[in-house]
Design a protein around this ligand. Structure first.
Ligand code: HEM
Length: 404
């Protein structure tokens, strides 16, 4: 659509009465005006009310949809758990979680069976995120653990499914609330050191009284982190594998770089990563980091939808100097897919005060793998491969993946 219209920086896609009209932003310069702090919007433009469609998943008090001072307070409370130096202390646990993933790949390499990479990467990233956020092991990668994917949005045609979801929702809340109570009690008993590992533990630091309201609020943030940090990172891994599989020169460069920094012995790799040299070794992974950045540039897994409050008179300016008034629009969508492919512009984690809190964690996770596969992209909440990333693997000289 954008190409057909002559690549405008902004296009209005009017889907009424099926959906709200959407201002699709296709230019980095205009996207910046949406995402940056301004006099009118000190923490950037407000989130679109379309975020509320995910309340069932992330809770109605999620940091993702909260605004103003409430959001600022939450961000301040949870930022320390996602700080790079803190995440580096969790590296041993992240590395442990990659072991079952590699064992699964080994198994498939031996049998030559086809499998869906998405199932493995989504379970891997879920195990990592739940450990980082709560210091809890759900063992999602354990054989026999299943996930039920249901992409049909017509819930009123399936009341039983909806009822089942409602029950799971209540159970999940109960489990999370119990867990928060338990972590808080442990922290009070044993002092802070035991619990400072996790994002949750750090966020409870200095809390004098754990009220019911705080428990529920914290539960929603945990749900949000599990949601925001799972599919997105799994999708990124899938695209990295795919792009490396069809770019042998890049694959070789990644391997050469990793061999040079870590050698080929898996035990030594682990030791080096968790040692004092670890941070320096990661800093030296320049080509590997570039591959991750390029995959995020070509295939951004997420985006942002904002709104221009009615009566705010919110205007954006095109590079030609034309002023466009977005006042009252409920969906203003920074479309990274267009923006990042058009000219050099990089905003997969968005920019400004509402940028991604988990970007460093995603980067740490992404620096680990190399495989080959074949996939196509379709757009859902996040941009996901259409076939679950069906693939085969074979071992040689590291795990090599054959597209089907
Ligand atoms: C490749 C992986 C990831 C990508 C591409 C990504 C992308 C994004 C984007 C584009 C936003 C802005 C959304 C908006 O403005 O509405 C965002 C926000 C957010 N992300 Fe990520 N994300 C990734 C991984 C993670 C991880 C691992 C976490 C872990 C907790 C996470 C947690 C969040 C949260 C909580 C927000 C809301 C921040 C706020 O409003 O203050 N994300 N992410």
């Amino acid at each position: 659509m954008n190409k057909k219209l002559g690549n405008p920086g902004l296009m209005l896609v009017d889907l009424r009465p099926a959906a709200y009209p959407i201002a699709v932003i296709a230019s980095h310069e205009i996207a910046e005006q949406i995402s940056r702090a301004s006099k009118l919007f000190p923490w950037s433009t407000s989130k679109s009310p379309t975020v509320n469609a995910f309340d069932r998943l992330i809770g109605s008090r999620s940091i993702i949809g909260r605004q103003g001072e409430e959001w600022k307070h939450l961000r301040k409370r949870f930022n320390p758990g996602f700080a790079p130096h803190h995440l580096m202390t969790l590296l041993p646990c992240i590395l442990d979680k990659t072991r079952p993933f590699l064992e699964h790949l080994d198994g498939y390499a031996k049998t030559g069976d086809e499998f869906l990479l998405d199932d493995l990467t989504v379970n891997l990233t879920f195990d990592i995120i739940s450990n980082v956020v709560m210091d809890v092991d759900f063992d999602a990668q354990h054989p026999g653990t299943t996930r039920q994917g249901d992409r049909n949005g017509l819930w009123w045609l399936r009341p039983r499914v909806e009822w089942h979801r409602h029950q799971i929702d209540s159970r999940l809340n109960q489990t999370l609330w119990d867990m928060i109570r338990q972590k808080y009690a442990e922290q009070k008993q044993q002092g802070v050191s035991q619990n400072l590992r996790s994002v949750l533990g750090l966020s409870l630091q200095g809390v004098d009284h754990l009220s019911d309201a705080l428990i529920k609020d914290t539960g929603d943030q945990i749900r949000s982190f599990l949601f925001a940090g799972d599919d997105t990172t799994a999708i990124l891994l899938g695209w990295i594998f795919y792009e490396l599989s069809r770019t042998p020169a890049a694959l070789k460069a990644v391997r050469d770089e990793l061999d040079d920094i870590f050698g080929r012995d898996a035990v030594v790799v682990r030791e080096k990563l968790v040692s004092r040299e670890g941070e320096d070794a990661i800093r030296r992974m320049t080509f590997t980091s570039a591959v991750i950045k390029e995959a995020l540039c070509l295939h951004p897994p997420a985006g942002t939808a904002r709104r221009a409050l009615p009566g705010s008179g919110f205007m954006v300016r095109t590079t030609q100097g034309e002023g466009l008034c977005l006042d009252g629009l409920l969906v203003v969508y920074n479309c990274a897919n267009i923006i990042q492919r058009d000219r050099p512009a990089w905003r997969p984690f968005e920019r400004g005060p509402r940028n991604c809190i988990g970007q460093e964690l995603a980067n740490i996770e992404a620096r680990q793998f190399e495989v080959e596969s074949e996939l196509y992209s379709t757009r859902q909440i996040t941009s996901k491969s259409i076939d679950g990333t069906r693939m085969r693997v074979q071992l040689a000289p590291r795990a090599l993946v054959k597209p089907l």
